[in-house]
Design a protein around this ligand. Structure first.
Ligand code: CAA
Length: 382
């Protein structure tokens, strides 16, 4: 039972859970190869999952933020690398276009995020600007036919699969007193001349998810590539990240949940000292604590989503959910490895992968330290 979940949301989540369960045999090979199979992305498009956050008027499912959080939990429980690709495409990228795009931009770009031919990308981070996102150096200058964009973006999820990226670039000179001023959001098709994709990063986990650099050298886009208003891009990025953080909280919940499910099953089956290891109190207490934290994390994620669905402020609640859930996922995945003992350290057992995949959740879409800043600022604002 969960007070935030209605019947439609439960049905959507169980349909996705059933489908994503069929992917499990394919995961080890895809993780080894470092790619998400194209047919899986296409199937997500056919099932409507990619368009679930897009309003019905724009051709999507118009599902609630609660439903999306539940779906991300299910995708993550099955395959965290796939879930992060969907979270970025259908969360921050689709959400930014829906909230800030003109009618023409919505008509043009939203279908590309749900047709299953790719997954959209969000290009904020740069080699010298991660947590301090407003210090970005990519520039955009007006030219005759539109804009010229130059700069380097780093750690861009989905870059290799993306039909377009939302690129944050600075218009005008950097104002050291107000670094976010001038930052503008652009929709940049990745086949634009001057745009190139770097080699995929080699990562601890989430290996099937693409993380690559994006280089823009004299990349020309038309005037209508500006999303929202010139100079208002930082707020677009920040409010996009508010929603994205609910998605990462949900992802953390999914990763932790599956790790603990596997650990419980193993504990009942594995025998040492003449009985199942699940009989030992040390292990029972570890599971009891981890499952309690998991339940709390899920409630925090769904509370933030529920507020969002009601048009209420949710910046602080999303940051709290992301902070608590991602740190919970570290403890839960490591507890699961510990319960599996030597087997848990081996690649033959999925808990090893969940522990590696889950590690990213306290880092991307804002580190735990950044979430604490966001929460403290909101609590202690004058
Ligand atoms: N919604 C709307 N606007 C917001 C906002 C929000 N949540 N937060 C801030 N703003 C606005 C402010 O109102 C302010 O506007 P004005 O100048 O008009 O007053 C402007 O943005 C600047 O705000 P701050 O002064 O708070 O900015 P700051 O430089 O101090 O930075 C920060 C704040 C919270 C530290 C921010 O830089 C941040 O979130 N950093 C982390 C970046 C991050 O999460 N990166 C993740 C990369 S994307 C990713 O990981 C996706 C993936 O691939 C998985």
């Amino acid at each position: 039972m969960n007070p935030f979940i209605g019947e439609t949301e439960r049905d959507l989540a169980s349909a996705v859970a059933e489908w994503s369960g069929t992917l499990i045999p394919r995961i080890p090979a895809a993780e080894k190869e470092g790619t998400l199979p194209r047919d899986v992305i296409a199937e997500l498009g056919r099932l409507g999952v990619l368009g679930m956050t897009i309003p019905e008027a724009d051709g999507g499912l118009g599902a609630s933020a609660v439903a999306f959080a539940l779906v991300l939990e299910e995708l993550s429980a099955a395959w965290p690398s796939l879930a992060v690709g969907v979270a970025v495409n259908s969360g921050i990228v689709a959400g930014s276009v829906v909230r800030n795009g003109s009618a023409e931009q919505r008509r043009r770009w939203l279908p590309k995020l749900m047709d299953g031919n790719g997954l959209g990308a969000f290009a904020l981070t740069e080699p010298t600007s991660g947590s301090d996102a407003a210090s970005l150096r990519t520039t955009a200058r007006v030219t005759e036919g539109g804009w010229r964009i130059d700069g380097s973006k780093q750690f861009i999820t989905n870059a290799r699969y993306a039909p377009f990226a939302i690129v944050l670039a600075r218009v005008g000179e950097l104002d050291p007193e107000r670094t976010s001023a001038g930052i503008t959001a652009f929709v940049v098709p990745l086949d634009t001349p001057g745009v190139s994709i770097g080699r995929p990063e080699r990562k601890l986990g989430l290996r099937a998810s693409d993380t690559s650099a994006l280089v823009l050298e004299d990349a020309r886009v038309a005037h209508d590539a500006v999303l929202g208003e010139v100079g208002k891009g930082f707020a677009i990025a920040m409010s996009g990240l508010d929603g994205g953080r609910i998605g990462i909280a949900a992802q953390s919940v999914g990763i932790a949940r599956r790790s603990l499910e596997l650990a419980r099953a193993y504990a009942k089956e594995r025998r040492q000292f003449g009985r199942p290891i699940a009989d030992f109190e040390g292990l029972r207490f570890s599971i009891a604590k981890a499952e309690s934290d998991l339940a709390a994390a899920r409630l925090l994620a769904l509370r933030a989503a529920w507020l969002r669905d009601r048009g209420r402020p949710f910046t602080r609640e999303a940051a709290m959910a992301k902070l608590f859930a991602s740190e919970m996922a570290q403890r839960a995945t490591h507890a699961a490895v510990q319960i599996f003992g030597g087997n848990g350290y081996m690649r033959d057992y999925a808990v090893e992968r969940y522990a590696r995949d889950g590690r990213a959740t306290t880092i991307y879409e804002g580190t735990s330290e950044i979430q604490r800043i966001v929460i403290a600022r909101s609590l202690l604002a004058a």
